[in-house]
Design a protein around this ligand. Structure first.
Ligand SMILES: [Zn+2]
Length: 195
């Protein structure tokens, strides 16, 4: 084999070895209360904005460096966890939750279908067995995250988890209180909580 072809072969081999790594430039962070996975297509600044960073972190200021973003995101998610705990008046200081933030609802629907054999569609959901919240970035709101965090807290706090309808009411209540405390002026029906 001519030298040129050998070099090309090596380049191809190296490329395919590193391809999975190149494809996994997702953000993976660990905060006090979360193991966080953020899909590489997601803009972290927009994510901070959607989660009302200016309300939760008084020291937030622009412009931001990459390291600042990761630090802010961890602090912000922990602050939202504490706000949700306060709303429920349930405090589990060492509790940790997994979060996957994916680009849009289609990603979540594919997961529901392939892993959970569930053919419904949702912008967010919590899986008790994995202790994991799945969120669609496109649809994401602060209230939606609070709702799912409340599901995680409520389902782990009680020795016997409350019935699904009670969990739904508590999650809707936490969502309502947090939205109210940040001054989001919208009418809210407790029955409308997203799963
Ligand atoms: Zn729910």
């Amino acid at each position: 084999m001519p030298f040129y072809f050998r070099i090309r072969t090596y380049i191809f081999i190296i490329f395919f070895i590193f391809l999975p790594i190149l494809n996994s430039l997702a953000l993976s962070l660990q905060s006090s209360h979360f193991h966080i996975y953020i899909h590489p297509q997601i803009n972290t600044v927009q994510l901070l904005d959607k989660l009302k960073v200016k309300y939760f972190l008084s020291f937030y200021s622009e412009p931001l460096k990459k390291d600042d973003l990761e630090y802010l995101l961890k602090k912000l998610l922990d602050a939202i966890y504490l706000e949700t705990s306060d709303a429920l008046d349930i405090h589990m200081y060492s509790f940790q939750i997994n979060i996957d933030i994916l680009p849009n609802r289609q990603y979540l629907d594919r997961l529901l279908t392939s892993y959970f054999r569930n053919f419904s569609s949702a912008p967010s959901f919590y899986v008790y067995e994995q202790n994991k919240i799945y969120l669609s970035f496109e649809d994401m709101t602060l209230g939606m995250l609070v709702h799912e965090i409340a599901h995680a807290i409520v389902s782990h706090y009680f020795v016997i988890p409350p019935p699904t309808k009670v969990q739904e009411i508590l999650s809707g209540y936490a969502e309502y209180l947090v939205n109210k405390s940040i001054g989001k002026n919208r009418s809210y029906n407790l029955k409308d909580g997203e799963d």
